[in-house]
Design a protein around this ligand. Structure first.
Ligand code: FMN
Length: 439
C-alpha cells in the first residue's frame, strides 16, 4: 500500500459478463448508443471514480462463441473518449492503442490531442494486442518477443514526440507577430530497429506533460515494460498472495529502472455483483449465469486463455484434468498461467470453473457493500493492490449497485475519496507531472 486511499478505475467495454444484455430490463443496442456510455461516465464521475478505461482489439474473433458473445464489435476508444471528455469534467479517460498495429507518430498525436481536449485527463493503455495481423497485411500475429521489443521502442518514440515542444514554446506575441519560439522546439531524430522518426510532433506538449501510461503485461517481457514505463498497471490476480508477489515484483523492477515505487499503481481487476444481502447478490449472479451459454462461453475462455484443451468438450460435473506440466503460448501467456494455476490449486469441476471465470480470469466478488468493501480493504492493506479496475456487468444496474452501495461504504471507512483532489488524471492518481526531458 503506497498511498492512503484506494484508486478505482472502471473497465468499460461494450458489455462485460457475457449475458447481461439478455436480461429483460437491459436496453438493446447499448453498444452503439452514446447515451449508454454517457450514463456510465456520468454515474462513475458522480461516484468519484478515478478513471474509465476502454479496452480494445483490432480483430473480431471468429470462434465458436461468436454468435453468443457480445464483445465482437465496439467503437474505437479514441473516438469515444473525446466525446466523453465533452460531457465530463474530472474522470480520467484511458483509451487502448496497440503498439503492434499502429505507428508511433499517429498515437503520440491522438493522445496529445485527447489530453488537450479533456484538460489533462488522457491515458494510454499500451498493448501489444492479442491478435490481428490478418487485418494489417500479415498472415499471422506478430510473435510475443518481437511485439514487446517493438513496444519498448514504440513507447520511446511516442514519449520523445510528446517532448517536441517546451511548455511555453507558443508565445503568440501579437506585438512582434511571433507565434512560436523555435528555440523551444526539439527534433527527435529517432533512428532505431523498428522506427525512423524525425519529429517534431504537430501538437503542443500535453497538459499532463505526458498522458498517463496504463499497461497490463504479466509475462516476463510484459512486466519489464510495465516496470519501465507503466504508471497504472492492470492485472488479473486470483489470490491476495499472488497479487502481493506481483505487486512487489513489478515495483521492485521499477525501482531498478530508477523509478519510485509510488509512481506506478497496481490495479487488479474485480467484477462485483452487489446485493443488499448475500442471498440477493448470489441470486443476481445466478440470474446472469443462467443466461450465459456455457458451451460457447467455455470455448471462448479456453481460446482466450490459450488452454491446451477445450473446456466445453468436458462433462460439466467432471473435475477439470490437471494441465500439462510444460505449457506455453505466444498469445496470452499470463492468462494461461492464471487459469492453469487455478485448476491446480482448487481442482474445480467444469461447472465451478465456469462460475469463477465469467470475468475472464478477474475475481468475481459476490456480496453486500460491506463484504465487498472488506475484501477490497484487505487486499489494499495487505499490499496486494493500490486500487482496483472494476468490471461491471454492462448493465446500468450493476454500476448503480456499486456506486450507490460499495463506494459510500469505502468512503465511510476513509478508504476512498469523497472529492477529486486534483485537476488532471495524474494529480488524481498521485502521479507526478512529466517534465520535458529537454528542460
Ligand atoms: C485488465 C486488462 C485489460 C487488458 N486490456 C487489453 C486490451 O484492451 N487490448 C489488448 O490487446 N490487450 C489487453 N490486455 C492484455 C494485456 O495487454 C497483455 O497483452 C496481456 O495481459 C498479456 O500479457 P503478457 O504478454 O505479458 O502475458 C489486458 C489485460 C488486462 C489484465
Amino acid at each position: 500500500m503506497s498511498q492512503s486511499k484506494i484508486i478505482l478505475g472502471a473497465f468499460v467495454p461494450g458489455v462485460l459478463t457475457g449475458a447481461a444484455w439478455r436480461l429483460p430490463e437491459a436496453p438493446k443496442d447499448s453498444f452503439r448508443s452514446f447515451e449508454h456510455y454517457r450514463y456510465i461516465a456520468e454515474k462513475l464521475e458522480a461516484g468519484r471514480f478515478h478513471s474509465l478505461f476502454f479496452n480494445d482489439g483490432v480483430k473480431v474473433d471468429l470462434d465458436p462463441g461468436l454468435e453468443k458473445g457480445p464483445n465482437s464489435v465496439r467503437w474505437d476508444p479514441l473516438v469515444l473518449a473525446p466525446a466523453l471528455a465533452t460531457v465530463t469534467r474530472h474522470i480520467g479517460l484511458i483509451a487502448t492503442a496497440s503498439t503492434t498495429y499502429n505507428e508511433p507518430y499517429n498515437v503520440a498525436r491522438k493522445y496529445a490531442s485527447l489530453d488537450h481536449l479533456s484538460n489533462g485527463r488522457a491515458g494510454w493503455n499500451l498493448v501489444t494486442s492479442l491478435g490481428g495481423g490478418e487485418n494489417f497485411n500479415r498472415s499471422e500475429h506478430t510473435l510475443h518477443g518481437d511485439r514487446h521489443e517493438r513496444a519498448e521502442e514504440f513507447y520511446d518514440v511516442v514519449s520523445g514526440l510528446w517532448d517536441s515542444w517546451d511548455d511555453d514554446a507558443f508565445v503568440q506575441d501579437k506585438a512582434s507577430g511571433t507565434w512560436l519560439d523555435s528555440d523551444k522546439l526539439h527534433l527527435l531524430e529517432h533512428q532505431g530497429k523498428y522506427f525512423q522518426v524525425k519529429g517534431p510532433l504537430n501538437v503542443a506538449r500535453p497538459i499532463q506533460g505526458h498522458p498517463v501510461i496504463a499497461q497490463a503485461g504479466s509475462s516476463e517481457a510484459g512486466i519489464r515494460l510495465g516496470a519501465r514505463v507503466g504508471e497504472l498497471i492492470f492485472t488479473a490476480q486470483q489470490t491476495v498472495e499472488e497479487s502481493r508477489d506481483f505487486y512487489e515484483n513489478i515495483k521492485g523492477q521499477a525501482v531498478a529502472f530508477g523509478r519510485s515505487r509510488d509512481h506506478l499503481k497496481v490495479l487488479p481487476g474485480i467484477s462485483p455483483v452487489v446485493g443488499s444481502t448475500q442471498a440477493e447478490a448470489e441470486a443476481k449472479y445466478q440470474r446472469l449465469q443462467e443466461l450465459l451459454d456455457p458451451q460457447s462461453f467455455l470455448s471462448r475462455i479456453s481460446k482466450f486463455a490459450s488452454l491446451d484443451y477445450d473446456l466445453a468438450e468436458l462433462p460439466f460435473d467432471d473435475v477439470v484434468p490437471l494441465p500439462p506440466e510444460n505449457f506455453s503460448t505466444d498469445s496470452h501467456p499470463s492468462r494461461q498461467k492464471l487459469v492453469y494455476d487455478l485448476i491446480r490449486r482448487e481442482r474445480p469441476t467444469v461447472r465451478q470453473l465456469f462460475d469463477k471465470l465469467t470475468a475472464g480470469g478477474h475475481r468475481v466478488l459476490i456480496g453486500t457493500p460491506e463484504s465487498i468493501a472488506d475484501d477490497l480493504q484487505h487486499w489494499f492493506e495487505a499490499g496486494a493492490a493500490d486500487g482496483f479496475n472494476v468490471m461491471f456487468s454492462g448493465l446500468h444496474a450493476g454500476i448503480d449497485d456499486f456506486v450507490d452501495g460499495v463506494v459510500p461504504e469505502l468512503q465511510r471507512r476513509g478508504l476512498f475519496q469523497r472529492e477529486y483532489v486534483g485537476a488532471t488524471l495524474r494529480e488524481n492518481l498521485g502521479l507526478p507531472y512529466r517534465h520535458n526531458r529537454h528542460r
